[in-house]
Ligand binder design. Structure first.
Ligand code: AMP
Length: 201
């Protein structure tokens, strides 16, 4: 809990450290579907980490969230679990459409995040894939053409494929900017803005 900068910005802010009540929570208290809890249990997790205990209810409540936590604190599950919960309980507006988009600064992180989504979502009907630059486009294009619920992407490759009309972001319900600070440090601000412009208002 020591590293929780909660930077200023839009979206719901988590309480400042002095206002935080530390309650050792159980995963069962988070209102997640049994299929998600089963996957979490199989990962060997016994209790949510502080960022998970604080972030998951906010996301499930439908709020925007800006959260900061160090690597290794369970932040990936912190956004993935409620995202899977929301997607699995809401009907898709259009079959095969991309419903959630996760942007990451690097291909390594993109691959890791998608692996986590697969693990936590293994007992759900949702599908996911990952796209990044530096590798052939065709397998990525073919996978997206088959329909995918959750897309994890680095900004450059996402915009390339969107520019070639292989990606439709008009049905995206949930956007995650993972390691947003690093994305900005790496000069992705213009790409991120272009992606935002492609999402439904
Ligand atoms: P992250 O900070 O998202 O990179 O996660 C760091 C590591 O913590 C990963 O190896 C996760 O598998 C693990 N992890 C995530 N949530 C929990 C949890 N609630 N209990 C134990 N380990 C966890």
């Amino acid at each position: 809990l020591h590293n929780w900068p909660a930077p200023a910005g839009t979206g719901q802010q988590l309480p400042a450290p002095r206002d935080r009540c530390i309650h050792l929570m159980n995963f069962d208290e988070l209102n997640l579907a049994p299929a998600i809890l089963r996957a979490v249990q199989e990962q060997g997790y016994t209790a949510p980490t502080p960022i998970q205990a604080q972030a998951i209810p906010v996301v499930l409540g439908g709020h925007d969230l800006l959260a900061g936590a160090q690597t290794g604190t369970g932040k990936t599950a912190g956004f993935t679990l409620p995202m899977l919960q929301l997607l699995s309980t809401r009907p898709a507006a259009k079959a095969g459409a991309i419903r959630a988009l996760v942007l990451t600064p690097t291909r390594e992180l993109a691959a890791q995040v998608e692996e986590a989504i697969r693990a936590y979502g293994q007992y759900l009907e949702l599908t996911s894939t990952v796209i990044f630059g530096g590798v052939g486009m065709n397998p990525q294009i073919n996978r997206i053409a088959r329909g995918v619920d959750i897309l994890v992407a680095t900004p450059g490759r996402l915009l390339d494929l969107e520019g070639q009309n292989h990606i439709d972001l008009s049905h995206v319900e949930i956007l995650v900017l993972d390691e947003a600070d690093r994305m900005l440090d790496m000069g992705f601000i213009h790409d991120v803005k272009k992606v935002l412009a492609l999402l439904p208002k």
